[in-house]
Ligand binder design. Structure first.
Ligand code: NAP
Ligand code: 8YV
Length: 309
């Protein structure tokens, strides 16, 4: 889609945009399509592109884009909301069940020939006697909560603002919610406001039967504090789709049996990724044709309040 509609300069190396590309093109680039992980469109990059008009992010989370900086200069930022809600919610429930019932470990038990040799797999914890505390109850959080409703699992939630139209109890205080539930399921945006909001005190409050599921961003969890809590039995187990320094996962987590690890696959089915790709392209094409962008982020609403500086 990009090749069909634009003169495309693509690069696939991880990390910073290569200097050779910038040296050649910085004065002409007007549109950026950025893949959330590991791509970044930070202020250091954007300020080198005087003609930049729009950043179209592949992913609903855009903590990889300095949207506030862009907004101050009239640069549009778009993301891919809603079209991935159900996929990410499915993955979250899969990760929750895998973690509570230790299903990947049971699979490994058969493959290692342990069933025939040592008899039945160990008995596990259960979702039956648990309440789930949602950390974040936005588009994806609500899709997860509705699945939990169908599974007859009680739901409560923590956000900055209580919501009038949901049937779940709101906790203004995250530690109080962690004390009241047996599972915390994170699905908030990344960035400074949520950095390490799951730290030692929250994990301590969750308690020795507690389970942490992180579908949000690795930055939301204080990873060393989580490793310590898992190692010392301060919580029971964790299911993680996201990590602080992707694609690097701490060796301590890889060595633990009471963790289920996924390589950031929340939305990673072929149809959902295709829909996200199309929306990245459509946002850019609309912009190029002088039409409103389809899904601007809240920092850069349409109509624009500031012209390109
Ligand atoms: P959304 O609709 O904007 O919902 C975000 C929720 O988080 C809202 O309920 C919001 O409520 C709450 N929140 C935001 N900041 C908070 C804070 N500082 N403290 C407490 N609660 C806070 O976003 P979404 O579409 O559901 O996506 C959520 C996030 O999921 C994305 O930003 C991304 O990081 C992550 N994600 C991960 C994957 C994956 O593959 N693992 C896939 C898609 C998305 P208040 O504003 O009232 O606080
Ligand atoms: C994306 C995600 O796969 O949408 C998000 O916020 O985390 C995932 O769906 C990711 O951003 C692209 O690598």
């Amino acid at each position: 889609g990009l090749e069909k509609n634009f003169t495309l300069h693509a690069y696939r190396e991880p990390g910073e945009v290569p200097e050779r590309l910038l040296a050649e093109l910085a004065g002409t680039l007007r549109f950026i399509a950025v893949c959330g992980h590991p791509g970044r469109a930070d202020s250091a990059l954007m300020q080198r592109l005087p003609k930049l008009q729009i950043v179209s992010n592949f992913g609903v989370g855009y903590d990889n884009v300095d949207a506030k900086w862009a907004a101050e200069r009239g640069i549009m930022v778009t993301n891919t909301p809603d079209i991935l809600n159900e996929e990410v919610a499915d993955t979250a429930i899969g990760l929750l069940l895998c973690t509570v019932r230790e299903l990947p470990r049971a699979d490994r038990y058969i493959r290692a020939g342990e069933w025939a040799k040592n008899g039945d797999f160990r008995l596990t914890a259960s979702l039956r006697n648990r309440a789930v505390g949602m950390v974040g109850l936005g588009r994806i959080g609500k899709a997860i909560a509705s699945r939990l409703d169908a599974m007859r699992v009680p739901v409560v939630y923590h956000t900055r603002r209580p919501q009038a139209d949901v049937p779940y109890r709101h906790f203004a205080d995250l530690i109080a919610m962690a004390r009241a539930v047996d599972v915390l399921l994170c699905i908030v945006p990344g960035g400074a406001a949520t950095k390490h909001m799951i730290g030692a005190a929250v994990l301590e409050a969750l308690g020795p039967d507690g389970i942490l599921i992180n579908m949000a961003r690795g930055s939301v969890v204080d990873e060393p504090a989580l490793i310590e809590a898992l190692r010392d039995g301060k919580i029971l187990s964790a299911g993680l789709d996201v990590f602080a320094n992707e694609p690097n996962v701490p060796a301590e987590l890889i060595a633990m049996e009471n963790v289920v690890l996924l390589p950031h696959v929340g939305s990673a089915s072929a149809p959902t990724r295709a829909a996200m790709e199309q929306l990245v392209v459509d946002n850019l094409v609309h912009w190029k044709n002088g039409q409103p962008p389809l899904t601007p982020v809240p920092e850069t609403p349409w109509p624009q309040t500031k012209a390109r500086a």
